[in-house]
Every structure is written in C-alpha cells, then in structure tokens.
Ligand binder design. Structure first.
Ligand code: AMP
Ligand code: TRP
Length: 334
C-alpha cells in the first residue's frame, strides 16, 4: 500500500464459519472485488467473531484457510490488499476493551442480530455474543476506515460503530475516522431458496443456500427446488413475490442484465426458465472461482505465507491507532 497512500481506506470482514454462500458473495465478496482498486483495503477473516458460537477447533482452522483461499480466488489481490486473520492482530481485542467502556448496555440490548442469535443458541448466550458489535467497531475503527461494504444485516452494527466513534471523538477530539457503510440496494439481502422471506444464511439447512463450492449439479438442483409462488408471473416485487424477486436479483447481478430488460425478456415465460438461467449464471460465475480455489488449497504454504505477511502489515497500521488511543485516553506511555 506504500505508493497508494492517498487512497481512502476500506475495511470488511467475513466469519470463517459455516459455508460461504452466494449471499456472502453477492452481498459482500463481489463488492470487495469491485471496490478494491479504488481503496487501500483490509479484508479480515474474523475468527474471533466466530468464537461467539461454539466451533470445532479443526473445522475452524480449516475454514479459516478456506476463506483466505476464497478471498483470493474471488479476485482479491493479497499483494495489494491486506488479507489477514483477525486473531493475528491482538490490537483488535485491545481496542475492543477500550470501546466496551464507551458502549452502553441499552444500545447493545437493541441489536437485532444479538436477539436472533440468543434465540437460536439459548444454551449459550455468552457475553461475547452480546459485545460482538463492539469488537466489530474495533475492527473498523482500528484502521481509520472510510468505507465498509457489507450486506443489509450489518447496517445496525455500522450505525453503532459510528455512534461509538462519535462518542469517543466528542470527549477526545479527532481520535477516530467515522466510517461510511456501503450497502447497494439490489444486492443487500439475498434470500433463502427454501424460505424466501428470510435471508440466505450459512448456518441454515443445506438446501436453503448455494455454497460457493457447490458443484454445478448441486447448484442446478437447488435452484430447481427453490420456493417461488403460484401466480406464474415473472415480475420484480420483493414484498409480494419474494422467491421470484430473489432469483431475479441474483440473475440480474451475476449476468449484468438490468432488472427492467430482464423482466421484460422473461415475462410470460415459466419459472423453469428463470430458475435455469439463474443456475447457469451462478455456475458460470463460480466456475473460475472454484478452479482457482482448488489450486490455492493445494498450496497451503502459499496461503500461510500470505496470512503471515499480511498480519504483519495489519499490525503495523493497527498499532498506530491503538497508540494514539492510549495516549489520548491518558494511559501512561513512557
Ligand atoms: P457473515 O457470513 O455473517 O460473516 O457475513 C459476511 C458478509 O456477508 C456480511 O457483509 C454480510 O452482511 C454479508 N451477507 C451475509 N449473508 C448475506 C445475504 N444473504 N445477502 C447479502 N449479504 C449477505
Ligand atoms: N459482523 C460481520 C458479519 O457477521 C462480520 C464482521 C466482523 C465485519 N467485523 C467486521 C464486517 C467489520 C465488516 C466490518 O457479517
């Protein structure tokens, strides 16, 4: 990033848990690749966040490496962008502690993701799940981030990040950059294939999502079985036709055909055709990513080196902000 010092800073992260889905790709990863060249970017594998629900240790290690491979396979450049593991940069946890002291329980009580996850994991409503947004705020603020591309489900977490940054800045002038979210409308929320009123989620049953590593046969089968509706009309109307509108969003985004011409072209045709075209567009998009992914996974030494070198670059930047915070807050720094 040395010769590109003037570009604004972009930060985002994905958890190395479950399967990385088409929702993650369209809502996040794909936008990372589109924005990459205009920003100095950090793309984190947020493994500390993944610990808020129980993980199998071997599985977590494998998924961490797989996510690094997927970032690169999707087109991100680890020589330019900093692709790294959150746990390799201890400053995230250190800043999270400080920000905990600037976050109100009343704010955290309002977080819908906490309420959902607490509902799902009733036997393990741990304090980490509760303070998850504070660690996320630390991730972002640690790098004086300008822009954070995420899906719509993270909007509330971006708002609390901004509130925390502004609160700290009001007391200690100029500590943090206040970041902007980047949540393009059409791709903000890809829905489940089996329950199109809910977002596609990596922790739901297999048939409800497309994993980025699914075979072409599996992709075709899942789309063929996708829940639609019974009126037979191809029209973009997320409110009344969530299943059909979801397929249209996916197809339009991946094929590049704009929504109006797409619906005009398919209008009067059966849902079978829409499902088939959506499956084909997905298969074609994922094919080169999967090829590159398998090549990368065959070279674990390369991936380890990328993560090691990039963690070093991240620690350097993170340390600058953390020192500034400690100093401004009055922690004695001889
Ligand atoms: P996560 O899987 O929770 O770590 O999410 C990683 C990124 O993918 C975040 O920016 C999410 O907002 C985004 N994302 C996850 N699921 C979806 C979805 N169904 N539609 C759009 N974006 C999503
Ligand atoms: N909470 C995000 C999610 O589950 C992942 C995440 C953690 C993140 N830290 C972040 C996203 C910082 C953007 C910026 O989707």
């Amino acid at each position: 990033m040395s010769d590109t010092a003037k570009k604004p800073i972009l930060f985002s992260g994905i958890q190395p848990s479950g399967h990385i889905t088409l929702g993650n790709y369209i809502g996040a990863l794909r936008n990372f690749t589109i924005l990459e060249s205009d920003y100095n970017c950090l793309f984190s594998i947020v493994d500390l966040h993944a610990l808020t629900v129980r993980q199998d240790p071997a599985g977590l290690r494998r998924k961490t490496v797989e996510l690094a491979a997927l970032y690169i396979a999707a087109g991100l450049n680890p020589e330019e962008s900093i692709i790294y593991c959150q746990s390799h940069v201890p400053q995230h946890a250190e800043l999270a502690w400080i920000l905990n002291c600037f976050t109100y329980m009343g704010e955290l009580n309002r977080m819908t993701q906490f309420k959902d996850k607490a509902q799902k994991h009733k036997d393990n409503i741990n304090a980490g799940l509760y303070t998850y947004p504070v660690l996320m705020a630390a991730d972002i603020l640690l790098y004086q981030t300008d822009l954070v591309p995420v899906g719509a489900d993270q909007k509330q977490h971006l708002e609390i990040t901004r509130d925390i940054a502004e609160r700290v800045n009001a007391i200690h002038k100029g500590v943090f950059k206040v970041p902007e979210p980047y949540i393009p409308k059409q791709t903000a929320k890809i829905m489940s294939l089996t329950e199109p009123e809910r977002k596609m989620s990596k922790s739901d049953p297999e048939d409800s999502f497309i994993a980025l590593t699914d075979t072409p046969e599996t992709i075709s089968r899942k789309f063929r079985r996708a829940v639609t509706d019974s009126d037979g009309e191809i029209r973009y109307d997320p409110e009344n036709k969530p299943g059909v509108s979801n397929l249209l969003s996916i197809l339009s985004t991946l094929s590049g055909e704009d929504m109006d011409s797409l619906t005009a072209r398919l209008s009067g045709q059966g849902y079978g055709k829409l499902k088939d075209e959506t499956a084909q567009a997905t298969i074609e998009t994922l094919k080169p990513i999967q090829e590159r992914f398998h090549q990368l996974m065959a070279d674990k030494d390369y991936l380890a080196k990328v993560l090691t070198d990039n963690a070093e670059r991240a620690r350097y930047l993170a340390n600058k902000t953390l020192r500034k915070v400690y100093k401004k807050l009055g922690l004695y720094q001889p």
